[in-house]
Design a protein around this ligand. Structure first.
Ligand SMILES: *[C@@H]1O[C@H](CO)[C@@H](O)[C@H](O)[C@H]1NC(C)=O
Ligand SMILES: *[C@@H]1O[C@H](CO)[C@@H](O)[C@H](O)[C@H]1NC(C)=O
Ligand SMILES: *[C@@H]1O[C@H](CO)[C@@H](O)[C@H](O)[C@H]1NC(C)=O
Length: 270
């Protein structure tokens, strides 16, 4: 079992192992635009390999599955990027989980490498099964975390105070130059790149199957209009069925979209 401190250590090592700042700057444009096709060498991980690993009772059994041709270590290596083609969005993420990297089965580790283009937004989301420790190794990101209210703050809990209205407190921070931030399991968070230069991060998860839940996409998924309208306070001047129909299908599902004000400032298409 891999604990969270070990993961933190791994992120630090990756950051240190990254190229020198000068080399990073020189390769920044290329690194910010990885191809989404041929993204890593393990996307088509075989169901048989997954099943075999999931059924391995001991580490010895596991080794027998993973290393059939020593010294070939292909089953425990993962190519995050293939950085050749412009993607044309606010960013791209390379992600290794049990779904595309079977060696992670039986561990509590997953990892992401994120390329956030100028003005790119990693839309508000959460990871239902993992803490995330994200470190910026190139450029700058503003990261935010919505705090969790205590049980009584929602109201209607017997013996608890009246519900709290208004915005829920949030913390946010500018990350650059190898500064990292922890996003606790299940909590809503986001990152965006407010600059006109690309940014790059690595993020470790303490689950091999962290999952991802998009806040806007989830809320406006397929619930009845009147349920959504009631949920935002029954104000038909703010939200009605016509408005929901207009934007529901256009809510980004992607890792990143472009923030309009920034795109104007940086002279980018949006
Ligand atoms: C990876 O694992 C599979 C399943 O055991 C095996 O067939 C394959 O040869 C392994 N590859 C290497 C390089 O060991
Ligand atoms: C990178 O992507 C290109 C274009 O999709 C592909 O031709 C090439 O084989 C890939 N390289 C690797 C190492 O996967
Ligand atoms: C960060 O927090 C400040 C102070 O609460 C707020 O004004 C600002 O809008 C926040 N930034 C983001 C990106 O949420």
């Amino acid at each position: 079992m891999v604990n969270f401190l070990t993961l933190a250590h791994a992120v630090t090592l990756i950051a240190i192992a990254a190229a020198s700042p000068l080399a990073i700057q020189q390769s920044a444009i290329q690194q910010s635009n990885p191809s989404t096709s041929g993204f890593n060498s393990n996307t088509d991980a075989s169901p048989a390999l997954k099943a075999a690993l999931a059924g391995a009772a001991s580490y010895h059994d596991r080794q027998a599955i993973l290393f059939t041709e020593p010294p070939n270590a292909a089953n425990i290596t993962f190519t995050f990027i293939n950085n050749t083609v412009t993607d044309g969005t606010g960013g791209t993420i390379a992600l290794s989980t049990v779904n595309n990297f079977p060696a992670l089965i039986g561990t509590e580790v997953a990892m992401a490498v994120g390329f956030v283009n100028p003005c790119g937004l990693n839309v508000p989301h959460s990871h239902p099964r993992a803490n995330e420790f994200l470190t910026v190794i190139q450029g700058e990101l503003v990261a935010g975390l919505v705090l969790e209210l205590n049980d009584g703050s929602f109201g209607h809990v017997i013996g608890q105070p009246a519900p709290v209205k208004g915005p829920i407190p949030q913390v946010n921070v500018t990350l650059s130059n190898y500064k990292g931030m922890l996003f606790p399991q299940g909590e809503t968070h986001f990152q965006f790149n407010p600059t006109c230069e690309p940014a790059l991060f690595v993020a470790a998860f303490d689950s091999s199957d962290p999952g991802r839940t998009q806040i806007a996409r989830n809320f406006f998924s397929n619930m009845p209009d009147e349920m959504l309208i009631a949920s935002i306070g029954n104000d038909l001047e703010v939200l009605d069925a016509k408005r929901i129909a207009k934007f529901r299908d256009n809510i980004p599902n992607a890792f990143a979209v472009v923030m309009e004000e920034c795109a104007v400032r940086c002279g980018l298409p949006h």
